[in-house]
Write a protein that binds this ligand. Structure first.
Ligand SMILES: [Zn+2]
Length: 327
């Protein structure tokens, strides 16, 4: 992948290329944006361009340096990823020491911290001095889906580049050469991923449909105020989910279903549906979902999502969100 092959987030690409061309690329960069929209791909493209033997401001993708970076074997392109749930201070101290050395074989050294929000507070504090005065031939790229979890002192020392989800057509274009699936399935994957290529590539349609059925069950139970049993059963089942990520996935799917219900309530236009494949079912369900209820429930799901960071009791939180929806 080179800058010119990059699909989507063209403003970020242009800003990086422009800065490189004028030799004013910041040494501490923060790539912020949702999962699967190309932050890591672009960080690696930038790393390649900085060391490419053609040295023409882009990555040729073919020279020894570019190929090594693609295989993640370049000794001057280091990617710090959490070995446990967190990136700890010891790992950052090692990075601080390593960054002082000259490049092994390239012209520059590039350090990726992915995801940067995995650094605990102590680790983030340990990085401050390096962010402030990185060596002239070193670049630090912090990647994060949740930059609000970074200390303000870390954020203020980085130049921020904000990534957005890709357009449906761009996702389809990127998926086609990578997947052996029917046109229809690729269109569906692109839509369900909501502009996140990385998510679309990993999305298992069968799995997704199963989880989405659970979410639809919850919305159906809430569409009729007296059918609370469905809500309580699901809340209990979701309370037992082991992975926080599994709960987050359900919250995300629920919110995307609610967004479709909101579209139905406002524009009655199925062309913009995320869940195009079940539009008829959503339409049937929509009578129980006024726009006020959609927004109110969506806001409650947001607060559950925030509370998950504090290990909230998921079952109670979901029951409360559902049972008090019409109060
Ligand atoms: Zn090259």
């Amino acid at each position: 992948m080179s800058f010119s092959d990059q699909v989507g987030n063209q403003k970020v690409v242009a800003a990086l290329r422009g800065a490189m061309a004028e030799n004013r690329l910041p040494h501490a960069l923060l790539f912020a944006g949702p999962e699967g929209v190309g932050k890591r791909t672009l960080a690696l493209t930038l790393a390649k361009a900085l060391n490419c033997s053609r040295a023409d401001g882009d990555a040729c993708g073919r020279c020894r340096s570019c190929s090594k970076t693609d295989r993640e074997e370049h000794p001057d392109v280091l990617s710090l990823r959490p070995s446990t749930a967190q990136i700890k201070v010891g790992e950052i101290r090692e990075l601080n020491a390593a960054i002082q050395y000259r490049p092994f074989e390239g012209r520059r050294r590039i350090f990726l911290i992915d995801p940067a929000d995995a650094m605990n507070e102590q680790a983030q504090n340990a990085l401050l001095k390096t962010l402030e005065e990185p060596p002239a031939d070193a670049f630090l790229i912090l990647l994060s889906e949740r930059p609000n979890l970074l200390l303000p002192t870390v954020r203020s020392r980085c130049q921020r580049f904000t990534f957005s989800p890709l357009a449906q057509a761009d996702v389809v274009q990127l998926l086609k050469p990578k997947l052996t699936k029917s046109e229809e399935e690729i269109e569906l994957l692109a839509r369900l991923s909501q502009g996140r290529v990385g998510v679309a590539l990993d999305l298992d349609l069968a799995d997704y449909s199963r989880v989405r059925e659970e979410c639809l069950g919850l919305l159906a139970a809430l569409a009729e105020p007296l059918k609370v049993k469905g809500l309580l059963d699901l809340a209990a089942a979701w309370g037992r989910l082991l992975e926080r990520e599994a709960m987050l996935e359900r919250l995300r799917i629920l919110k995307s279903l609610l967004a479709d219900l909101a579209r139905l309530a406002i524009v009655h236009d199925r062309a913009v549906f995320t869940h195009e494949d079940i539009a008829d079912r959503l339409r049937a369900m929509s009578t129980g979902w006024t726009i006020q209820r959609v927004y109110r429930f969506s806001a409650r799901l947001d607060s559950i999502e925030r509370a998950l960071q504090r290990n909230v009791n998921r079952q109670l939180a979901l029951e409360y969100a559902g049972l008090t929806l019409d109060e």
